[in-house]
Design a protein around this ligand. Structure first.
Ligand code: GUN
Ligand code: FE
Length: 422
């Protein structure tokens, strides 16, 4: 058995709101699986290789539970429109380009590298509707060492020129994609009806049956923007709430992730809590597209599973340190809007949401739990000036807010060392 130890200041989030800190400790893995964290190296590990990261932070790596891979090529552009106009004007024409597999290969290779170098090792990702480009995306993520779920997007209505399927074609291509993507060990398929306005009832019903037959997870968007919520109400007059348009087709359960949930009221939140649906909070995107400010505290208090997403390119930050900071800011805005009542997210809470909470969707235990495959990064903050000797908690806070370029020195994903700074 190949055991190694990483030595450094180990910070993890085993529970929402609590950080576990081990100054100058040892994180031991055996064949890529966490054996434990120890203040001194136990006798039984005497002689194993020790990577000495003394003075640096050893942190959990990130889980980004909502992002649109093809929109990576428009990241940082087109922020002047609200959601539905933004989709038609910017997102859809950009995604249409991914009919070109050479273009897809180049963009996705760059995206996969940037994810790993910035410590994102788990993803729940939208591709475009193109099967071949989706397989290329899965291949590039696999090669770079990213793990998680990727979905070929289904959209058979309200698309754009060059970006819409017919219903039969969408079904056929989904089956072709599922057949072709079986051999990626770390990147698995997730069914991806883009959102209710993009999919006919026949397509939604097909996807619901497929999810049940093949035990597949599901990702989509929910209650992101008021105009979108109104549109869904017109499209489904039989449903009093947006979530029911997914639930009635079997697209609502413990293996479902729903991005945004900005306008989810108490009843919709209860439906999420009862079904075990994960809400993905995408604070940057919600602000950029003028969608609103998601009620994160209410979601958490009411027992909804919550994780974080960059939602590029509605969100303008791919790096999860920024996404964690944005979630804290959004919770403060919510507090201001709600008359200073709900408590905003603490650093420890937001850190948990960006790491352990996202990992939970993949069945992983929180923190550096023994028995989990290692997802970790090493962060070197030693060159920054300090006003006083910092605690590990203060160093984590500064890492989140400063996102010092080049600070990430090494990354492990599913037990494999996938990045080392040159
Ligand atoms: N709703 C449907 N498609 C999208 C998308 O690409 N981005 C965002 N933010 N919301 C969506
Ligand atoms: Fe999105």
């Amino acid at each position: 058995m190949a055991a190694i130890a990483l030595k450094g200041t180990i910070v993890s989030a085993p529970v929402l709101g609590q950080l576990e800190v081990l100054e100058d400790g040892y994180l031991v893995t055996e064949d890529g699986v966490v054996a434990g964290t120890f203040p001194v190296l136990p006798e039984r590990y005497a002689g194993i290789p020790v990577e000495d990261w003394s003075g640096r932070l050893i942190l959990q790596s990130f889980a980004d539970l909502h992002l649109h891979a093809p929109q990576y090529s428009m990241l940082g552009m087109g922020m002047d429109l609200p959601l539905l106009d933004w989709l038609d004007t910017y997102a859809f024409p950009t995604e249409a380009r991914f009919a070109d597999t050479d273009y897809a290969r180049a963009v996705y290779r760059q995206l996969a590298r940037e994810l790993v170098e910035n410590g994102t090792t788990r993803v729940c990702m939208f591709s475009s509707l193109h099967t071949d480009a989706t397989l290329i995306l899965m291949d590039e993520l696999e090669r770079a060492g990213v793990t998680g779920y990727v979905g070929k997007v289904n959209m058979d209505r309200n698309g754009a020129p060059g970006l819409q399927e017919d219903t039969e074609g969408s079904m056929r291509e989904t089956l072709r994609w599922l057949d072709a993507c079986q051999d990626f060990p770390h990147i698995r398929p997730i069914l991806t009806p883009r959102f209710t306005p993009s999919c006919t009832d026949a397509l939604m019903a097909f996807l619901g049956r497929l999810a049940a037959e093949r035990d597949l997870p599901i990702q989509s968007h929910l209650s992101e923007n008021q105009a979108e919520v109104d549109w869904v109400r017109q499209l489904h007059p039989d449903c009093s709430q947006y979530w029911e348009t997914y639930a009635k087709f079997g697209l609502w359960g413990r293996r479902t992730v729903m991005a945004h949930c900005v306008w989810s009221d108490a009843r919709e939140r209860q439906a999420m809590a009862e079904a075990g649906v994960t809400a993905v909070h995408c604070a940057d995107s919600n602000q950029n597209l003028c969608s609103g400010v998601a009620p994160v505290r209410a979601l958490l208090q009411e027992g909804v599973r919550v994780a974080l997403g960059s939602d590029i390119a509605g969100g303008d930050h791919l790096h999860m340190f920024d996404v964690v900071a944005a979630s804290i800011r959004a919770s403060k805005a919510r507090r201001i809007l709600d008359g200073w009542t709900p408590a905003f997210l603490t650093v420890a809470e937001a850190w948990y949401l960006g790491t352990s909470a996202g990992a939970a969707f993949f069945g992983a235990a929180p923190g550096f739990a023994p028995g989990s495959r290692l997802h970790a990064l090493v962060l070197d903050d030693r060159t920054l000036p300090c006003p006083h000797p910092l605690t590990a908690r203060e160093r984590l806070e500064r890492a989140i807010y400063r996102r010092q370029p080049g600070a990430i020195r090494a990354v492990w994903s599913d037990g494999r060392n996938v990045y080392r700074a040159g």
